[in-house]
Design a protein around this ligand. Structure first.
Ligand SMILES: Cc1cc2nc3c(=O)[nH]c(=O)nc-3n(C[C@H](O)[C@H](O)[C@H](O)COP(=O)(O)OP(=O)(O)OC[C@H]3O[C@@H](n4cnc5c(N)ncnc54)[C@H](O)[C@@H]3O)c2cc1C
Length: 420
């Protein structure tokens, strides 16, 4: 084959679930691909998430009823949401934009754009996992949401209605049914509901590794290096500057560097509001109880998932920037919360592990997906916030279609880079 006849090549910066899924879909569209990551595959935010495929979560993270709860949450430094005081001035533009996006008209538009990404999540995961020989890691069993009072249950009626309008019907369970499903639940639980659509992945790390391995098997390359900069000249990305290898000429580039993406894009003049929404997990390999499905409860936004390695409690949102030290008390607080509804949980011993990850959060709970405003051959796939595992195969498919010059199956305008 002559050089001129070579298929197009794409460099993908970031080998989290979004980057590896993008590489897989670009390969399917006929691209040659190179994945670049400064760390091992899948060990960024994609490592320690709750594993949920939350395809019924059409409502944005910040919405009117959540806005009302925020002041109460902020009072408790170990509560579901915290902003480190020194970081507040940096985070302010993001929060102002998030507040504007919580107005009813914006919530309706954002919900529609999220629903468009959610629609094909299950099929896209099935397809991607099949090609990666990892289908057994996806568990098609509903998450159970439990309520400690009737008023908590009633308070979510509107959300259940919106989900139902988008085709995700909740099933309601009485107290006895909840305990029949999950005998470890505390006796004071009064009610339960399915989420209207939440399956789970029992090892998010293995899924990311399996997809990356399939990409390499299909002829893709993996480079272990840090991208320091993207060189852009006359509206075209010309090279990546790597910490070890120096300048690497490029054909096309995809930025899928999660919460770090803005570090590469700000120097190019791209204006995107992206914050690290830092979440924590604690995983118990010897939890003293067992669960057959993930469980959430209304008191606090967190989930406990039966992972391959044990029960993983994950959640909370901390705004402190990319580089601030972890506050492990936040992981410990997850245990104390879940102990309230799962009293048999054994205290975290030597084998408990704690983890912090940086969700790439935008103020409108939508990813940045599509072409750059700075260079014709530069593309973006990041900012998936709380739903990166859920949306990765779908956003990757859509971006690969765009890059291959095909018309994607959904309207891509809500995800464009110049919306901030
Ligand atoms: C506690 C918690 C629970 C969560 N639960 C869920 C859930 O249940 N379901 C769900 O759908 N989502 C969940 N999420 C969100 C989800 O984990 C993220 O949205 C997703 O992992 C983001 O994937 P990513 O590939 O964009 O980023 P990452 O996984 O962070 O990958 C980015 C990669 O880019 C690399 N990188 C960055 N900069 C550079 C550079 N300059 N050079 C080279 N490499 C670079 C990093 O090393 C990293 O490997 C959760 C997140 C947290 C924190």
């Amino acid at each position: 084959m002559s050089v001129a006849a070579l298929p197009p090549h794409a460099m993908i910066i970031g080998a989290g679930i979004v980057g590896v899924a993008t590489a897989a879909h670009l390969q399917q569209q006929g691209f040659r691909v190179t994945l670049i990551d400064r760390g091992p595959v899948g060990e960024g935010c994609s490592f320690g998430n709750a594993g949920i495929l939350a395809f019924a979560d059409v409502l944005p993270t910040v919405r009117p009823n959540v806005l009302l709860k925020i002041p109460g949450w902020l009072i408790d430094p170990l509560g579901p949401l915290t902003i480190r005081p020194a970081y507040l001035p940096r985070a302010l533009p993001w929060f102002l934009a998030a507040t504007r996006n919580a107005l009813p008209q914006r919530v309706r538009a954002i919900t529609a754009a999220r629903a468009a990404l959610c629609r094909s999540v299950v099929d896209d995961h099935r397809d991607l996992l099949r090609t990666a020989n990892a289908s057994e890691l996806m568990v098609e069993r509903e998450t159970l949401r439990v309520f400690e009072s009737e008023s908590e249950f009633e308070a979510e009626a509107h959300e259940r209605q919106i989900k139902a309008e988008h085709g995700y019907q909740s099933i309601i369970y009485d107290a006895a049914e909840c305990r029949e499903m999950e005998p470890a639940l505390a006796p004071h639980i009064v009610k339960g509901a399915s989420h209207g659509g939440w399956y789970f992945i029992k090892s998010p790390l293995k899924v990311t590794q399996a997809v990356a391995a399939a990409v390499v098997q299909g002829g893709g390359e993996f480079i272990h290096d840090e991208v320091l900069a993207i060189d852009v000249k006359d509206g075209k990305a010309t090279a990546l500057v790597l910490a070890q290898r120096g300048r690497l000429p490029v054909d096309r580039v995809v930025v899928a560097a999660g919460a770090y993406s803005n570090r590469l894009l700000k120097p190019l003049g791209e204006r995107i509001l992206l914050e690290a929404e830092r979440g924590y997990h604690m995983e118990l390999s010897d939890p003293g109880i067992s669960l057959s499905r993930p469980v959430t409860f209304a008191r606090t936004p967190a989930v406990i998932t039966p992972m391959e390695g044990g029960l993983r409690m994950a959640g909370t949102d901390e705004f402190a920037g990319l580089d601030a030290a972890e506050n492990w008390q936040r992981a410990d607080a997850l245990f104390r919360n879940f102990k309230l509804i799962l009293p048999g949980l054994k205290a975290p011993g030597e084998t408990a592990s704690r983890w912090m990850g940086r969700r790439p959060g935008t103020p409108d709970s939508l990813p940045v997906l599509g072409p750059s405003t700075r260079a014709a051959n530069l593309w973006y796939n990041f900012g998936h916030s709380h739903l990166g595992l859920t949306w990765a195969p779908s956003s990757a498919r859509l971006l690969a279609q765009l890059m291959a010059g095909k018309k994607p199956s959904v309207d891509m305008s809500p995800y464009r880079a110049d919306r901030f």
